[in-house]
Design a protein around this ligand. Structure first.
Ligand code: FES
Length: 108
């Protein structure tokens, strides 16, 4: 696994501690990840930028705020739609799917 795609040392947060290497599944495809890191971080490290599409125009969306305050990173995680992947920690074997549009009311 390429840990160069992760922030190992941060000027404010200090040195990162990485979890063990696991596998999650993006649209059925295995993706290497580090346990406990945000799902979005694992996907970005794997070169995946489009997490969902917009309802009307089907335009791709990915990470925008990265702090759980918008809807751009929402995906279906283990069958649950509207999951903000930038603040959802990785667990081994998670199933992450591209979401088309948003489902129901989305709290901001
Ligand atoms: S990128 Fe905004 S909530 Fe995740």
């Amino acid at each position: 696994m390429d840990k160069e795609m992760r922030v190992a040392e941060h000027p404010v947060l200090g040195e990162a501690s990485f979890g063990k290497e696991v596998v999650i599944y993006f649209d059925g495809r295995p993706v290497p990840a580090l346990e406990g890191e945000p799902v979005a971080a694992a996907l970005l490290a794997a070169g995946i930028r489009a997490f969902r599409t917009t309802e009307k125009r089907r335009e791709p969306r990915g990470v925008f705020c990265a702090i759980g305050r918008c809807t751009d990173c929402m995906m279906i995680v283990d069958g649950r739609p509207n999951t903000r992947t930038c603040v959802t920690p990785v667990r081994a074997g998670m199933r992450v799917e591209t979401q088309h549009g948003l489902v129901g009311e989305v709290g901001l």
